[in-house]
Ligand binder design. Structure first.
Ligand code: ATP
Ligand code: MG
Length: 399
C-alpha cells in the first residue's frame, strides 16, 4: 500500500466516503485510476465496494440507486445527469463451466467463462481483473493506493499491458480481453509484455467465440473514442483487425484507408478542442466516405460521387459492408447514410434554409467541415453552411 494524491472528482470522493461511513470498504477502480496516474481526465469512474447491491441501495435510497443486471447485479447511482456504476467485490468463478443452452452445439474453448458473479474480497476482486494496469484500487478519502498484483503501478509507469495470471488462460476465459489489451496499446501507446503478446497472437482466433453483441458494443465505444485511429492501427498491427473489421483490414494499404485516418484525426482534434460533441454516426460516415468515393463515386479523394437515385442504396450497402460482421442498428446505418447523402447536397445546392433545418444537418455539416479541413481548404463553405440554427431537439446528438 502506498500513499498517493490523485485528483478524483469530489462527488466521487463523497460517494465513497458515504459507503465507508456505513462500514463498507470502498475504492475507485479500473480505468479512472489508470487515467489519473497518466494525468489524463477520466472518462468515467468505476467504484467497487464490499457492500452488496442491496446494501448500496440502502445507503443511497431507492430513488438514487437502482440495481441492474440479472445474473451479475450492480448498482447504477444517479448523480445529476450522470450514472455511476458501483459493483460489489467479486472473485474468480469456480471452474465448473456451465455452457448456456444457446451455445450447447458450438465448439467452445474449454476455459471460457460464462458466470462471473460470486462476491469476494477486495484482493480477490483485483486478481480476477484483466490487466495489472486495470487492477489498482484507490481510496480517495485516505489517499491510499493498493496494488494487489504488485506490478500495476510500475506497469503504468513503463507503459506495459500485462495480463494478470496466465495470459493464454485469461484470453481463453474471455476473448474480449484481447480487444481490451489492444485498446490500451492504441489509446496510451502502451506495449504488450512479451508473455501477453505471444499468448495474444496464439489466442487471436478465439475472438470468433465472443458474443457479437459485446463486440458491437466495443465497436461503438471505439468509434466514440478520440483515440480510435490509433486503436485501429494497433488492431491492424497485431492482426486483430482482420477479425474485427475485415473490410478495413483488407483495404489497409490503400489511399482510401489513409484518408479515413486523416478524417478521424481531424474529428478527434475538433472533439478535443470542444468544437464538436462526439457522434457514432458521424464516425461511421467518415470511415465510409473515402471508400464511397472510390467504389461508388468519382474514384478521387475529395470528389465525392454523383448523386443519383441508386446512390442511397449503394451508400447504405457500403456502410453495412465496411462494418461487417457487426450488425449496426438500422437507425445508425440510416443516419450515417443521411450524413453521406447530404455531402453532395452541400457542394451542389445553393444555400437553403430547408437543408439547414433537415434532420442530421449538424453531423452532416461536421463531416463537411472535416473534409474541408483535410482536403478542400475552402473559406466559403463554412460561411455558406453555418452551424445549425435550431439546436437539435430530437436527440440525435450522440448517434
Ligand atoms: P475505460 O476507460 O474504457 O472505461 P476501463 O478499464 O475502466 O476503461 P471498463 O469496461 O469500464 O474499462 O471496466 C472497468 C474495469 O473492470 C477494468 O479496468 C477491469 O479492471 C475490469 N474489467 C473490465 N472488463 C473485464 C474483463 N473482460 N475481464 C476482467 N476484468 C475486466
Ligand atoms: Mg471504466
Amino acid at each position: 500500500m502506498t500513499k498517493k494524491t490523485l485528483h478524483v472528482a469530489p462527488y466521487i470522493t463523497d460517494i465513497i466516503a458515504r459507503l465507508q461511513e456505513a462500514g463498507y470498504e470502498t475504492y475507485v477502480v479500473g480505468g479512472a485510476i489508470r487515467d489519473l496516474m497518466l494525468d489524463r481526465e477520466p472518462k468515467d469512474y468505476d467504484i467497487s465496494t464490499s457492500a452488496t447491491p442491496e446494501q448500496v441501495k440502502d445507503v443511497f435510497g431507492r430513488r438514487r440507486a437502482r440495481i441492474i443486471g440479472r445474473r451479475f447485479k450492480l448498482v447504477h447511482l444517479y448523480q445529476g445527469v450522470e450514472i455511476i456504476e458501483i459493483s460489489t467485490f467479486r472473485r474468480m468463478p469456480e471452474k465448473s463451466v456451465k455452457v448456456p443452452d444457446k451455445l450447447k452445439d458450438q465448439p467452445i474453448p474449454e476455459n471460457m467463462i460464462f458466470h462471473d458473479n460470486e462476491f469476494g474480497t477486495a484482493e480477490e476482486d483485483a486478481w480476477r481483473r484483466d490487466f495489472t494496469v486495470n487492477a489498482l484500487f484507490y481510496d480517495p478519502v485516505s489517499h491510499k493506493m493498493i496494488d494487489h498484483t504488485g506490478s500495476g503501478i510500475d506497469d503504468i509507469k513503463n507503459g506495459v499491458v500485462r495480463a494478470i495470471g496466465d495470459a493464454s488462460l485469461r484470453f481463453e476465459e474471455d476473448p474480449v480481453r484481447m480487444l481490451r489489451a489492444l485498446k490500451l496499446v492504441g489509446q496510451y501507446g502502451f506495449k504488450l509484455s512479451p508473455g501477453t503478446e505471444s499468448s495474444l497472437r496464439e489466442c487471436l482466433p478465439l475472438i470468433t467465440h465472443a458474443a457479437e453483441s459485446r463486440l458491437t458494443l466495443e465497436l461503438e465505444k471505439i468509434l466514440q473514442s478520440i483515440h480510435c485511429s490509433q486503436i485501429f492501427s494497433s488492431f491492424y498491427q497485431y492482426g486483430f483487425l482482420s477479425y474485427f473489421l475485415p473490410f478495413l483490414h483488407d483495404n489497409w494499404n490503400t489511399p482510401a484507408r489513409e484518408y479515413v485516418m486523416e478524417l478521424l484525426e481531424e474529428r478527434n482534434q475538433r472533439v478535443t478542442q470542444g468544437r464538436y460533441r462526439v457522434s457514432v454516426s458521424l464516425a461511421v460516415a467518415a470511415i465510409t466516405l473515402p471508400f464511397a468515393e472510390m467504389l461508388v463515386g468519382f474514384g478521387e479523394k475529395g470528389k465525392l460521387w454523383e448523386y443519383s437515385a441508386e446512390t442511397n442504396d449503394q451508400l447504405c450497402n457500403l456502410v453495412t459492408e465496411v462494418f461487417k460482421p457487426h450488425n449496426l442498428v438500422k437507425r445508425l446505418v440510416f443516419s450515417a447514410q443521411r450524413i453521406l447523402i447530404m455531402q453532395t447536397a452541400f457542394l451542389h445546392f445553393q444555400k437553403t434554409t430547408k437543408v439547414i433545418t433537415m434532420q442530421g444537418y449538424a453531423h452532416a455539416r461536421e463531416l463537411l467541415m472535416i473534409q474541408n479541413a483535410v482536403t478542400w481548404h475552402s473559406k466559403e463553405l463554412p460561411v455558406k453552411w453555418p452551424h445549425e440554427i435550431h439546436h437539435s431537439t430530437h436527440g440525435d446528438k450522440r448517434r
